[in-house]
Write a protein of this length. Structure first.
Length: 395
């Protein structure tokens, strides 16, 4: 049978449900593998970390069952899915982890943003998954200009440079983003997807290694910004004895191959001190929340919200800017930019991995002889408790 025929047959296979004993073991090792983890929303927008592309529910649906047999250093008939099962189990068996990563991102952006021209930033995460008694997840994640602290009851998102904080109920953090067992499950699911290649696989000097290449999500109307939008390679390593993950690296392909993320350290913990997941805020912190909007604003579509946003900028109307989602700091920036007119507004469009929409705009900056034009896309999203379109970036 040719490789092409084999691939066609494998793609046509239906995956049966996992055996009960395997499902139980995986659920103990990687809590939430067989159920959808709800994301907690926050006022004004959803403050999530890196967008890993596949939810844990999607991972579970793709992975357990039929095995994909791929050629590689392990020899014909060796299944990537079977190879990664003990790695996922052992890596997920630790109650908590401490992860330090170096990531090429941009200040002021969320965790999944890629900035190929930027300086690497250090991300540090303490993650505790739910215990057998049903205790909630807890997390503390920092990246210099942003801190997420989830103590199991509520999440505080703090922006130290601006002195602003957001409070939301529950754990409004995608804890799987920095949970090493989730990385293993993500790659195991990716191995089954069309267009994914196993580039390298093997064991050397007491360390096992797997490298997968994945295609990016199509983008139009703007440049690539998020990890899932690039063609990329992911490498994981683990110790064959303990089967626990020891490292992860990611590269993206854009006029060459660029390293965009790598682990600096992974520490598996038997316990985690509750004090780790609390932060001390300055007494003058500004609490940010999505304000109630009058019906005239709440019912607007994204293009009209963009229009009202820039009209408020021209008029110096801070109140409307904040109702439309601008934090006090963003309102300061917009009002200080000297916007003097709206030249053009395009039609809203969706693209890439961003969950909201973009509205193309051209605005005038300055007056008289000093007038210039700024062209960009205003980012808007409506996944907030009020389900209305609000500002999310792009100014």
């Amino acid at each position: 049978m040719t490789d092409r025929k084999l691939r066609r047959q494998l793609r046509a296979m239906r995956e049966p449900a996992p055996p009960p004993d395997l499902a139980a073991r995986l659920e103990r090792g990687v809590p939430g593998s067989f159920k959808r983890r709800e994301r907690g929303g926050t006022p004004g927008r959803v403050w999530t970390m890196a967008r890993i592309g596949l939810t844990m529910a999607a991972v579970a649906a793709l992975v357990w069952g039929a095995l994909v047999f791929l050629p590689g250093p392990g020899g014909p008939g060796v299944s990537v899915a079977a190879m990664l099962e003990p790695v996922a189990l052992a890596t997920g068996s630790a109650p908590a982890v401490h992860v330090v990563m170096r990531v090429w991102s941009r200040k002021g952006e969320d965790f999944g943003f890629v900035d190929l021209a930027g300086e690497p930033q250090t991300f540090e995460a303490w993650i505790e998954m739910p215990g057998s008694g049903g205790s909630p997840s807890r997390a503390l994640v920092t990246k210099g200009d942003r801190v997420y602290a989830c103590d199991g009851r509520e999440t505080i998102t703090f922006h130290p440079p601006h002195g602003e904080a957001i409070r939301s109920a529950g754990c409004a953090v995608d804890v799987e983003t920095f949970w090493p067992a989730a990385w293993v499950l993500q790659l195991r699911a990716a191995a089954l997807a069309t267009g994914v290649e196993v580039r390298e696989r093997g064991e050397e000097r007491g360390s096992a290694r797997l490298v997968l290449r994945e295609p990016g999500v199509g983008v139009s109307g703007r440049g690539k910004a998020w990890l899932e939008e690039y063609d990329r390679e992911t490498e994981i390593t683990w110790k064959p004895g303990s089967n626990r993950l020891t490292g992860l690296r990611r590269w993206v392909f854009e006029n060459g191959r660029h390293l965009v993320a790598e682990t600096v350290a992974i520490e598996y913990l038997d316990t985690a001190d509750a004090a780790l997941f609390r932060i001390d805020l300055p007494p003058d912190v500004r609490w940010v929340t999505l304000r109630d909007a009058p019906a005239a604003l709440a019912e607007l579509g994204p293009r009209e919200v963009a229009r009202r946003f820039f009209e408020a900028a021209v008029a110096g109307d801070r109140d409307t800017l904040e109702v439309l989602g601008a934090s006090p700091h963003v309102a300061d920036v917009v009002l200080g930019a000297n916007v003097t007119g709206i030249v053009a507004l395009g039609e809203p469009f969706r693209t890439g991995a961003y969950p909201g929409v973009y509205v193309p705009y051209v605005i005038a900056i300055g007056r008289d002889d000093g007038v210039t034009e700024r062209r960009h896309n205003l980012a808007l999203r409506n996944d907030n408790p009020q389900h209305r379109w609000v500002f999310d970036g792009g100014f």
